[in-house]
Structures are given as structure tokens and as C-alpha cells.
Write a protein that binds this ligand. Structure first.
Ligand SMILES: [Zn+2]
Ligand SMILES: [Zn+2]
Length: 338
């Protein structure tokens, strides 16, 4: 192999991407070097580009939807071998020692690392990742498809499977974009009566193709009313990062239903408590999962043939690719192929 690699770095908060030639990183103890085949661009990469996340040091290589192949392992790594296909998502490792880790709550680790924020991520030909942050990629899943599943996929899959919804229950997905188009597929595959809610009526054919049993055009009708007509939702998964998208569905919950927020609105959400009391309903949040959750997501996606709709770009085109995602023009996830 060569000693240098290409990487897209954010030199400082707010600066443009720079394509640089760097030394290929050596894996330290407990780390694995991954040859990156694909890395998804996620809205959360804005934290790095804009400097809005505390504690990130610069220059930094973003990217927390890494899919590739193990190329080298550091000392004390028994779980992985060169040649194995692996992925890494948002959760970039944990300490195994804090209170949360002692309870197996690795995502809540007090010393948790975040891929592409705490350490350099996948907008590069190689990345070193803590061994405990890696998931195996099934043979029949392409790297470019696996990458977005490691953030957009796991977030929706894990939120749904940890909910109280059971097969046959009414489950709605609000927003048919990067997260939502996967959420609809998981909801359908899980056996829920699946409702797609979108302000874009042109997304109805796609939503139905992906498995939606009902489509609610939120630009013209009240989602809460439709959900009540359908019997009330056990779960409403909101992926659109807008407070009104959350507020518009609280009244559509059935008894003991939950609105699960995954797309984070940039402003507070107002909830009518009367509606929650009446249904014993809840508004809660969910974010991603740990590496085994990632692997479960990939395995279930391969089993049920669930893939993201993607646009792929070379590393050279990182700035354009990033803009596609930020400006909400991509259909639906953007993936770099370093
Ligand atoms: Zn993400
Ligand atoms: Zn910990």
C-alpha cells in the first residue's frame, strides 16, 4: 500500500472543505484501520463543518457513515481481521468502565466517542476506528448501500424496534426523506399498518412502493385527524426536523401511543398536554444505537432487501455532494466513494 491517502478536511469551523494528502493513519491499541469504500454524508456533519458541536478539534475529517474493509488491526484487537467488511456509525466507541457502560448502556457512555467528531471520520481513503465501534457488513449488501444505513437506517430501525408497536399496529412516519424513506420500509417489513406523512404529494407513489399502506398529504389535511380516523397511531416516527411536524401528529396518537422524534427541530416543540393525558401518550426522542445495533440494522436490511436511495460522488466532489445534502436536494442520501 501507499503511505499517503487523500482526505477531505474541514480546516476550521465555517471553512470550505480542503482536499489534502495525508499519512495513512496507523491503528493504535484497540483500533482498526478501515479502507473506506463508501461514506455517507449526514445532516449531522454540519456540526463539524459549522463548529456547532462542543469539543471538536480542527482540522477534522467528518463522516460517520463509514463502510469499508479492515486493513490492519492494532494491539489487543481480537474481534476483527484484515479483509473483513465493516461499518462504523455515529457511536464511535465507549469506555466500558463508567456507570452507563457498567449497565450496558454504551450509547450513554460518559466518555463516548463520536465517529468523525471525536476522531477523523470517513471522508477519506482510510480511517482508524475503535474496534468496539465496528459492525460487520453482510456479504450481499453493497458498501454504498450499507453506509447510510449506519446512521439514517439504524436511527429509524432502532427507534421502531425499541417501541411498543406490535405487528398490525398503526405506525406513521412523518417526512419522506433521508430517514423517512427508510423508516417506511422498516415499518412495512416489521408488519405494521404503515402511514407515510409528507407535505409533498409527489412522494406518494414512492411511499407506496416502499410499503406505505396509507399516504397523508400534510399540506392539505390534518395528519392527526387522519390518524384518528385510522384508529389512532401506536407510534409516530417524526423524521422532518421541524417543530410543527411533531406538533401536528400528537393528536393522532391512540391509547398509550408515542411520538418518537428522530429529526431534531432547531426550536422547542409545543405539546398540548391535554392530548397526552387523554391517550396516556408520550413524546420521546431516539438517536442511533451502538455497533451491534448497527449490525442488526444491516442484517435485517439485507434479509428484507431494504436499501437507501442514494446519489454517489467522488471525494473530489465533496463540496457539491455536501451542498446537495444541506440544501435538501438529494434523493435521498448522499454517499462519497473515496
Ligand atoms: Zn448521521
Ligand atoms: Zn463508558
Amino acid at each position: 500500500m501507499t503511505d499517503t491517502m487523500r482526505a477531505a478536511v474541514v480546516p476550521e469551523p465555517g471553512a470550505e472543505f480542503e482536499l489534502v494528502e495525508r499519512e495513512v493513519p496507523d491503528p493504535g491499541p484497540g483500533e482498526v484501520r478501515v479502507a473506506v469504500e463508501a461514506c455517507g454524508i449526514c445532516r449531522s456533519d454540519e456540526f463539524v463543518v459549522e463548529g456547532s458541536y462542543p469539543g471538536v478539534s480542527y482540522p477534522r475529517v467528518p463522516g460517520h457513515e463509514i463502510a469499508g474493509t479492515v486493513e490492519a488491526v492494532g494491539d489487543d484487537v481480537d474481534a476483527w481481521e484484515p479483509g473483513e467488511r465493516v461499518g462504523a456509525g455515529w457511536h464511535g466507541g465507549h469506555c466500558f468502565a463508567c456507570e452507563a457502560c457498567r449497565r450496558g448502556q454504551f450509547l450513554q457512555c460518559e466518555n463516548a466517542e463520536i465517529t468523525g467528531l471525536s476522531f477523523d471520520g470517513g471522508y477519506a481513503e482510510y480511517a482508524t476506528v475503535p474496534a468496539e465501534a465496528l459492525a460487520a457488513i453482510p456479504d450481499d449488501l453493497d458498501a454504498v448501500d450499507a453506509a447510510p444505513l449506519l446512521c439514517a437506517g439504524i436511527t429509524t430501525y432502532n427507534a421502531l424496534r425499541n417501541s411498543d408497536a406490535r405487528a398490525g399496529d398503526l405506525v406513521a412516519v412523518v417526512g419522506i426523506g433521508g430517514l423517512g424513506h427508510l423508516g417506511v420500509q422498516y415499518a412495512h417489513a416489521a408488519g405494521y399498518e404503515t402511514v407515510a406523512v409528507s407535505r409533498s404529494p409527489d412522494k406518494e407513489p414512492l411511499a407506496r412502493d416502499l410499503g406505505a399502506d396509507h399516504f397523508v398529504n400534510a399540506a392539505e389535511e390534518e395528519p392527526a385527524e387522519r390518524l384518528r380516523e385510522l384508529g389512532g397511531a401506536s407510534v409516530v416516527l417524526t423524521t422532518a426536523p421541524a417543530s410543527d411536524a411533531v406538533e401536528s401528529v400528537v393528536g393522532g396518537l391512540g391509547t398509550d401511543g408515542s411520538v418518537i422524534v428522530t429529526g431534531i427541530p432547531g426550536e422547542p416543540v409545543s405539546v398540548d398536554a391535554q392530548q397526552l393525558v387523554g391517550t396516556r401518550g408520550a413524546v420521546e426522542g431516539w438517536g442511533s444505537g451502538h455497533a451491534r445495533d448497527s449490525q442488526d440494522t444491516l442484517e435485517f436490511s439485507a434479509l428484507r432487501d431494504i436499501t437507501p436511495e442514494i446519489e454517489t460522488y467522488a471525494l473530489d466532489d465533496v463540496a457539491d455532494a455536501y451542498d446537495r445534502m444541506v440544501e435538501n436536494k438529494a434523493r435521498f442520501r448522499v454517499v462519497l466513494e473515496p
